[in-house]
Design a protein around this ligand. Structure first.
Ligand code: HAM
Length: 434
């Protein structure tokens, strides 16, 4: 029988990789807590209408990438992103009535039926955050600066921040008309996708990867030519705040993103080009001051971002020590195995991560097992040790082996491991007595 395989573009994360995932997730949760964000968890399935209304009917996501299905007459969709759900929950629970400013973060799987490739999957994980109730631009700058700090913590090389402003809806309308006027005479040279977008969502043509589209927009007017005074000032203040924070960035007046909800501030962060390819964005975000009202809530400004966890993992130079347990109990013989079970339980009760090799086997094979697990300590328990109520404590890092009385084993192992932790977190000089 042919074995079944996972759905294309949806991946298993095996235990060897989970350590790195957890490290990034922990760093993210810590960074969020430091900045006053609280975690929100929304369903993976939402009414299809939520994404159509929030993201926009004429977007790649809504037009061709959603996993939508009918369930007993209800039109449902596996969430392709987290912002629409966060805004829905914010409105549904009338959070605006309780908090002037709301800072939420989230993580979890998102679903988009895209063509799978490195860094692009059909089920992928995002870490993201949204701020409701602050019209910026201070919080916009704070968010971008926080992300740069987070990416630095993950040791992502070659971080580049690109910012732009889209202005408000009226700017977009005027610009849209100007862009259509510019591109219509060149329509023949546009790609088939862009010819279609000319009538539906012309701003997306600015984002096109096709060479002929790039040529057609190269001398197009930019949206900045149409910005009103308020939008212009908002953007200037964002730039001043980023300068004050010392956050490096560049301005790309042609930056647009694939979701229709953005207003004013828009940003992307790229990095690790050699591993991800130049087009691969790590973080995308921006303001969406009109979404909450458009979804039936009050008029509340908002900004947020999301980063692809898989992309962060590809981009990050961090490695996770493959240390599964701290100690291995190695019984040599049947009698020793039962005594070893008790000893292993005692060690775990003292907080020592511990495995026991109940297959028994030779000392050599058990030491090999300790190596595979990354265990520093091997507690060897043979028949002669059992008779004398002692064990051998082998420290693979310090290259020592000591005979320790059974009652002292837990303390002896814990002390060695504690010493190891101290050495790892404090530089040697700072441990010298003053
Ligand atoms: P987005 O640009 O669609 O924005 O996605 C954000 C990030 O998710 C991307 O930069 C990328 O790292 C990751 N990502 C997107 N699609 C895939 C995929 N198919 N495979 C792997 N990773 C992917 C949003 O989702 C907005 N909700 C961001 C936002 C929040 N804007 C305001 N608030």
């Amino acid at each position: 029988m042919t074995p079944l395989r996972a759905v294309k573009g949806m991946n298993d994360v095996l235990p060897d990789e989970v350590g790195r995932w957890q490290r990034v997730e922990r760093a993210y949760a810590r960074s969020m807590a430091l900045h006053g964000f609280r975690e929100v968890r929304t369903p993976y399935v939402e009414p299809t209408a939520l994404f159509v209304r929030a993201i926009g009917e004429v977007t790649d996501i809504v037009e061709k990438e959603m996993y939508s299905f009918d369930h007993r007459g209800e039109a449902l969709t596996l969430r392709p992103e987290g912002t629409a759900s966060a805004a829905r929950a914010y409105i549904e629970h009338a959070v605006h009535g309780r908090e002037p400013v709301t800072r939420w973060w989230y993580t979890g799987p998102m679903f988009r039926a895209e063509r799978p490739q490195r860094g692009r999957y059909r089920q992928f994980f995002q870490v993201g955050a949204e701020i409701f109730g602050d019209e910026g631009p201070g919080c916009d700058a704070e968010m971008i600066d926080m992300l740069v700090g987070f990416l630095n913590e993950l040791a992502v090389p070659g971080i580049e921040v690109v910012v732009n402003t889209l202005g408000g809806p009226s700017t977009r309308e005027q610009y849209r008309a100007a862009l259509v006027a510019h591109l219509t005479p060149k329509a023949e040279s546009l790609s088939a996708d862009s010819q279609r977008r000319l009538g539906t969502n012309p701003l997306r043509i600015l984002d096109s990867k096709s060479e002929s589209d790039k040529a057609a927009v190269s001398d197009a007017p930019t949206l900045h030519d149409f910005l009103g005074a308020g939008d212009r000032e908002h953007f200037e203040r964002l730039r001043a705040a980023l300068d004050a924070l010392g956050t490096p960035y560049s301005v790309d007046p042609r930056l647009v993103r694939g979701l229709d909800y953005y207003t004013r501030t828009l940003f992307e962060i790229r990095g690790a080009h050699d591993k991800l390819g130049a087009g691969s964005t790590l973080v995308g975000g921006g303001r969406y001051d009109g979404m909450v009202a458009a979804l039936g809530g009050p008029s509340v400004p908002a900004i947020g971002f999301a980063a692809g966890l898989e992309r962060l993992l590809i981009a990050s130079d961090l490695t996770e020590a493959t240390n599964t347990v701290d100690a291995l109990v190695a019984p040599l013989g049947a009698g020793a195995t039962t005594a070893g079970l008790v000893l292993a339980r005692d060690l775990r009760r003292a907080g020592v991560r511990c495995e026991i090799d109940t297959r028994g086997g030779s000392l050599k094979s058990q030491l090999r097992r300790a190596n595979t697990l990354g265990a520093r300590i091997v507690v060897i328990l043979g028949d002669s040790e059992l008779a004398e109520n002692v064990v051998q404590v082998k420290d693979l890092a310090a290259h020592t082996q000591d005979r320790v009385g059974r009652d002292d084993v837990v303390r002896a192992v814990a002390l060695r491991l504690a010493d190891d932790t101290a050495r790892m977190v404090a530089p040697a000089a700072s441990r010298e007595p003053a």
